[in-house]
Design a protein around this ligand. Sequence first.
Ligand SMILES: Cc1ncc(COP(=O)(O)O)c(C=O)c1O
Length: 377
Amino acid sequence: MSIQMVDLRGPYRAIQEEIDAAIQAVLDATQFIKGPAVGQFESDLAGYLGVPHVIGVGNGTDALQIAYMALGIGPGDEIITPAFTFIATAEAAALVGATPVFADIDPATFTLDPAHVEALITPRTRAIVPVHLFGQSADMDPILDLAHRHGLAVIEDNAQAIGATYRGAKTGTLGTAGCLSFFPSKNLGAFGDGGAVLTRDAALAERMRMIANHGGRHKYFNEIVGVNSRLDTLQAAVLGVKLRHLDAYNEARRAAADRYDALFADEPGVVTPVRAAYGTHVFHQYTLRIRDGRRDAVQAHLKARGIPHAIYYPVPLHRLPVFAAEGRARHGDLRETERAAAEVLSLPMHTELTADQQERIAAAVREALHGQAARPV
Ligand SMILES: Cc1ncc(COP(=O)(O)O)c(C=O)c1O
């Protein structure tokens, strides 16, 4: 079977009856907006994460924007976030008029380095926004401590790490608010767009729920400026079924990561993902560093061999045209961010990956590094 970067068909086929029945129930009820599946999923997810308030929204980008809006972050304010992330983390801040300020990453985990945050705090800073990148938590204790000392909110971008833990707690539940994406390829993926915000703070939860629904608690009685960003009932029904399998999905990803680690154990040309002792990694991505400036050559070889792969992320946010313009963003010294962007290479990672496929992928990486002739896969 051909190797896929992401396989959405396999997990669907495995639980097709459950999913189809859940979708059919929504079709039968024809309550497509705010149907019962939404509330059910919100409460199931709250139970899974161990957090009192979960609000389904339209997607992960909206989740971030809604959290920023609910915390009153706007023009003149700054948020501190890594530049080594998907655009949405900073884009949502810019959308509300705030300025993203980019801090460097910890080279071991690719997540926000708390040691680089403090120097970037100014009187305008309102929030620190760590990203639990590739399925692993940022080091939250020093981030929370800094936030506490400076009176800042912490908004966790947990789009890539649902089910991961930090010192026993689920990521996304440690800060002021957490944001999730259910983009189809995420560890908990919908059949379209979806997202959620979570918090332990009842007043903040109420505000986020209002903002996601045109700024009102009751229909045609709008109290604040909001957006139209609701979790679709059909998506909630799909997600409710898949949530029951999430731990098994994350376990399958970890098993695949273990197999990759073993295959690269004696390969000096690559650095395999570091698993921080403070938590569990859910391997949204399996991301290698390719040493000695050979990443692009390895990438070209994999391309020639038809082995799927990706670079997350080739251009750090502070160098993207949208933020490079004067005044849109600020940044510190981002040496590790630049190095990561030049070295990372993500390999296929999903629940259906077989040991045989992984051996072929690892063999192709080794061929690229050692200049052996390509064999047909
Ligand atoms: C780190 C990160 N933040 C935010 C998002 C935005 O999520 P969405 O695509 O659901 O808007 C994503 C994923 O796409 C992401 O990977």
